[in-house]
Write a protein that binds this ligand. Structure first.
Ligand SMILES: *Cc1c(COP(=O)(O)O)cnc(C)c1O
Length: 338
């Protein structure tokens, strides 16, 4: 079978196997290999009624040397444990998480795109309350599943900039709420806002902090960074998801000689950035063309020619080079699949 690697989008495609593990009576069972895409679930499962769930997203890349590399899998395992703590779900042990991810990648090796395509294998671990409950209580039983699907390069015609919009009528998450956890409810809460922004021609909503609407939170479901005076600036907030891509870019920014500031970033400061970007696993960096403030009419423009800035470009290529194995992994970020 030859897939049309060049024309893959970011969607679901059936692969050969998924890996599952069930938690009941206070313990995790054995990893199971399934070829069925469907699950049988109790209609009173807590995930369906009370949203008791979390998910992760990471990628595996095939290098020039033919080897498959998984990026920062341990960090995703740890973040899923945080999400478990935030939703009172059973924690998936790091070793179990890693074993399931490795197994899912190995058994679906034929779906890992070739190096030249610029595509990757997207890995989606998901954990949810599977036990029946009608009162608002955590489930006794959990199901952990890892499936994979090949995804195309995010930027087909090359790395491109897009516009975002500040809309104060929508919040993604609240300061003492669930924004710092990777849970489905945050995404459900964003769908109306995302649709509205798309209808106005924007790639996503640019969220301010929900309490005061003074500081920058996130760009859609991605972290924000701005660059100015040789400094990488990224918001510090209780309501944003700690992006592993952002954490990696911070390290690389310091390596290429930038200063890094993680702090509150007032919305007006947008006017001072030379470059701005959204970062996350899907695209690494989505450079921002401009951010329009829907309520005030102010427009913060970062690029006039549609091209990403010099620093964004450098960081993007540097991170990708590590992911594909073109540059040495000096941080222990990569797991080579044997
Ligand atoms: C997943 C996610 C991100 C990006 O995190 P990465 O680990 O870099 O993929 C950013 N914000 C939100 C809300 C997310 O859910």
């Amino acid at each position: 079978m030859e897939l049309d690697w060049k024309n893959l989008g970011f969607g679901y495609m059936k692969t050969d196997f998924n890996i599952r593990c069930n938690y009941s009576d206070g313990a995790w069972g054995e990893l199971e290999v399934h070829d069925n895409e469907y699950i049988s679930l109790h209609m009173a499962a807590t995930v369906l009624h009370y949203g008791q769930e979390s998910f992760e997203g990471l990628k595996a890349f095939r290098g020039k040397d033919g080897k498959i590399r998984i990026f920062r899998m341990r960090d995703n395992a740890l973040r899923m444990q945080d999400s478990s703590d935030g939703t009172l779900m059973a924690r998936v042990p790091v070793e179990l998480f890693e074993e399931a991810v490795l197994k899912a990648v190995k058994l679906n090796e034929r779906f890992v795109p070739p190096y030249e395509s610029g595509a990757a294998l997207y890995i989606r671990p998901v954990l949810f309350g599977s036990g029946a409950q009608v009162g608002v209580k955590p489930s006794h039983d959990y199901m952990f599943i890892v499936f994979v699907t090949p995804v195309g390069p995010y930027f087909k015609g090359g790395f491109q900039t897009t516009p975002f919009v500040i809309m104060r009528q929508y919040d993604r998450s609240a300061p003492l709420g669930m924004g710092k956890y990777k849970v489905g409810g945050n995404y459900a809460a964003s769908l109306v806002a995302v649709k509205h922004a798309a209808e106005l021609g924007y790639s996503n909503v640019f969220y301010l902090d929900a309490k005061e609407k003074k500081y920058i939170d996130e760009c859609g479901a991605a972290n924000f960074f701005g660059v100015k005076n040789n400094t990488y600036v990224t918001p510090k907030s209780e309501s944003i998801l700690p992006s592993i891509t952002n954490k990696s870019l911070i390290v690389l920014a310091e390596e290429i000689g930038l200063k890094v500031e993680q702090r509150h970033v007032p919305v007006e400061e947008l006017a001072t950035f030379e470059e701005a970007g959204a970062c996350g696993t899907a695209a690494v960096i989505s450079p921002i063309e401009r951010i329009d403030d829907y309520d005030t009419g102010i427009s913060y423009v970062f690029t006039k020619d549609g091209k990403p800035g010099r620093v964004s470009d450098k960081l993007y290529h540097k991170l990708q080079a590590i992911q594909y194995g073109d540059e040495p992994d000096t941080h222990g970020w990569v797991t080579v699949v044997e």
